[in-house]
Design a protein around this ligand. Structure first.
Ligand SMILES: NC(=O)c1ccc[n+]([C@@H]2O[C@H](COP(=O)([O-])OP(=O)(O)OC[C@H]3O[C@@H](n4cnc5c(N)ncnc54)[C@H](O)[C@@H]3O)[C@@H](O)[C@H]2O)c1
Length: 374
């Protein structure tokens, strides 16, 4: 993994951070949770070309000024320290570069961007403007996954033999997703960046690197299923990899379009199961509420330990990720989880998977496939 120079040269902000939200769509509803009643920040601006969304979100922050574009905000003279960038992926680079040019620190939603050259330009721009570019990864703040990491790191399971990530995309249940959100996701799929492997899958690749470190080889077999005429989703897909420490991971993505899944958010049935020489540990769910057992369980020596009182509401991971970022801006205490360099490693793994698939499933080393960042 790339080194994380997050706090190098960073001067903490000695008053509440003045923040602008850029992009007021579906995920704004969860990113905003970090700001409710948080004395570390003051929401000063809301930016979105949609007048309806500006009007709707202004009710949350009556003191904030509203703008239809980042350019309008920049030329307004309003003092801003940091921005939450929550826009379609194809716009990430353009918007992030203009925010960095204005001298604003950036908390960007994942995936960082669609290709490695674009990610390299964004990373270089952050460094040259002396700004922090964070690519937020809320899964690294989800309590059941944090417990999983604790159990692995404490050696409770013994030496780790391998692990399995499972993801089932269902088409029924969950919250409403606006039509224009789906539209840009379909455009992404047309560009070869599928919603399951690339967009949501970003979190699975992230947790793999977070739990077990750099990957030395990935092999991918990415499928495609037409769900409505002209629209295909990137499943069934199977991806396997080996970390530099020898641990192997396998991740399967399955489609169950007619399956109803109870969820307050997206209808994604997810699991992480890590097997060691002495036992296993399992996170049973995350975004959706597929398996209604405790969200985290550890099996050792004939006994199952179940965690019944974790904060396993997926929204809490956004709240805690955002609070962590704002604390970092106020104090300089990292790590960022993720820095732009770490996000580049996640993107490198995703791209190596695409390369493997294109070449019939051969093993690809993400570190040699991706050009190094300067
Ligand atoms: N962490 C997660 O689990 C998670 C979940 C969903 C989405 N996301 C990510 O969040 C980002 C946004 O996704 P979403 O689902 O909220 O999309 P969305 O389409 O619901 O919202 C995007 C918003 O950006 C606005 N927008 C478009 N162009 C803009 C511009 N030039 N300047 C300012 N605003 C502009 C749109 O009007 C819209 O309100 C994407 O990167 C997506 O991958 C992350």
């Amino acid at each position: 993994m790339s080194q994380n120079p997050a706090s190098e040269g960073f001067v903490p902000i000695d008053r509440p951070v003045r923040v602008a939200f850029v992009g007021l769509g579906r995920i704004y509803d969860l990113n905003r949770l970090a700001y409710d009643g948080n004395g570390d920040a003051e929401v000063v601006a809301l930016v979105d070309p949609s007048e309806e969304r500006r009007r709707q979100r202004a009710l949350d922050w009556p003191m904030a000024k509203v703008f239809s574009s980042v350019e309008e905000l920049a030329s307004s003279g309003l003092d801003v320290d940091a921005v939450e960038v929550l826009v379609p992926i194809a716009l990430h680079e353009e918007i992030v570069l203009s925010c960095l040019e204005s001298g604003w620190h950036v908390n960007l939603q994942k995936p960082v961007t669609n290709d490695l050259a674009s990610a390299a330009r964004m990373t270089a721009s952050a460094a040259s403007h002396g700004c922090q570019l964070r690519v937020m990864e809320n899964y690294l703040f989800y309590e059941p996954l944090l417990r999983l990491k604790d159990v692995i790191d404490a050696g409770e399971l013994g030496a780790i033999s391998g692990y399995h990530l499972k993801m089932v995309a269902s088409g029924r249940g969950g919250w409403d997703v606006p039509g224009d959100t789906y539209q840009w996701q379909f455009d992404e799929a047309q560009r070869g960046r599928g919603i399951l492997y690339f967009d949501d899958g970003w979190h699975k690749l992230s947790t793999a690197l977070w739990l077990f470190g750099p990957v030395k080889e990935v092999r991918a077999w990415l499928g495609s299923t037409e769900v409505i005429p002209g629209l295909a989703l990137d499943a069934p897909s199977t991806i396997v990899w080996e970390h530099e420490n020898g641990v192997r991971g396998v991740w399967d993505i399955t489609l169950a379009v007619d399956m109803y899944l109870r969820s307050d958010y997206y209808t994604n049935d997810e699991r992480w199961e890590v097997t060691g020489q002495r036992g296993f540990a399992r996170v049973n769910r995350c975004t959706g509420r597929g398996i209604q057992q405790p969200s985290f369980e550890v099996y050792l020596d004939g006994t199952m330990r179940s965690y019944h009182a974790l904060d396993d509401d997926w929204a809490s991971s956004f709240r805690d990720s955002g609070r962590h970022w704002l604390r970092f801006l106020r104090t300089g205490d990292g790590p960022l989880r993720w820095s732009a360099r770490e996000a580049y490693d996640v993107l490198s793994l995703a791209m190596a998977g695409y390369e493997s698939d294109a070449r019939g499933g051969v093993g690809i080393n993400p570190a040699t496939f991706a050009p190094p960042l300067s």
